[in-house]
Unconditional design. Structure first.
Length: 177
């Protein structure tokens, strides 16, 4: 099996050109060329990296330029926040790892998924930006196949296992909450 990490549009293009058989994407559902089945919902919050003197960062501080806003390529949420706050973003990142690296260097704020931050070492010292709870957003991730293409037995099995695994994980999380 060949596994690749690709931007959402490239992933869908690769499905249509039949370079790949199956994808997992957070791209908006709705393209009639594909069948989407939701796997999970990812929650994003606005975080800040380490700041001088252990002070906590407030959304007003980001607007005032106390921390630079990181904008992720093709991420409408971070672009909308930059516009709303009237700030010039000074850093553009292409993926979550890039965002986390910049955040860890200090002086930045950015959206990251909560599960991603929870999995980072405590040394990263990421803290949620105060006053930003209304900015929390959720993004569904789906397993995607091309609608006009019959999946091979291996692809069908992999798809079924993905869906079962995420369904079981959701049930476990709901039961432990």
């Amino acid at each position: 099996m060949d596994v690749r990490v690709r931007p959402p549009r490239e992933l869908l293009d690769d499905l249509l050109s039949r370079h790949i058989h199956i994808g997992i994407t957070g791209a908006p559902v709705g393209d009639s060329h594909f069948e989407y089945e939701e796997l999970f919902i990812e929650e994003f919050r606005l975080y800040a990296g380490p700041m001088e003197g252990e002070e906590e960062l407030d959304l007003k501080d980001v607007a005032a330029g106390k921390a630079s806003l990181i904008v992720r390529e093709q991420d409408r949420h971070s672009l909308a926040l930059a516009k709303r706050l009237g700030v010039e973003h000074t850093a553009v990142a292409s993926g979550l790892e890039s965002v986390a690296t910049l955040l860890a260097s200090g002086g930045y704020a950015a959206f990251l998924p909560t599960h991603y931050v929870a999995g980072l070492p405590r040394l990263s010292a990421f803290r949620e930006v105060k006053g930003a709870t209304e900015l929390i957003y959720r993004a569904p991730f789906s397993v995607v196949i091309e609608r006009s293409r019959s999946p091979s037995p291996a692809v069908a099995l992999f798809r079924k296992q993905l869906l079962n695994c995420h369904q079981e994980a959701s049930i476990t999380l709901a039961c432990s909450a």
